[in-house]
Write a protein that binds this ligand. Structure first.
Ligand code: DGP
Length: 114
């Protein structure tokens, strides 16, 4: 989608700190990090929110988790612990309407989350 920020980043029309890329997914560093490690995992397919996924997207959602686990190991946060967060709609804090997961680590996290 031409007016979607993450589609523009996926098309490399604006710069980002790329961590990893496959034909289906990219991982970039969040511009406003909330933890020492804060990486966004973004499917290249434009899906606005989790509410919009279908059975067709099961493979991609599974791959996001393998991607997250591999990046967590690379970033050396897999043993101490990390969070994989998916905000759905504005009430949960979603501000970019192209589905993405936040991989957060490198500090302690509270529960319940704020
Ligand atoms: P959310 O609020 O869950 O929709 O997360 C959107 C995240 O995207 C937020 O943590 C900030 C990040 N973000 C916004 N604009 C940019 C950008 O231009 N580049 C990068 N790398 N991250 C961005």
């Amino acid at each position: 989608m031409s007016d979607c920020l993450f589609c523009i980043i996926i098309d490399k029309k604006i710069p980002a700190k790329y961590v990893r890329e496959t034909s289906e997914l990219i991982a970039i560093r969040d511009v406003n990090p909330q933890a020492p490690v804060h990486i966004l995992i973004i499917p290249k397919k434009h899906i606005p929110t989790l509410n919009d996924i279908t059975d067709e997207d099961c493979d991609i959602v599974g791959k996001v988790h393998v991607f997250a686990k591999d990046i967590a190991k690379e970033e050396e946060i897999s043993i101490d612990g990390y969070r994989l967060v998916l905000n759905v709609n504005r009430g949960a804090g979603q501000s970019v309407f192209h589905i993405h997961w936040h991989l957060l680590g490198g500090r302690e996290f509270n529960w319940p989350p704020g």
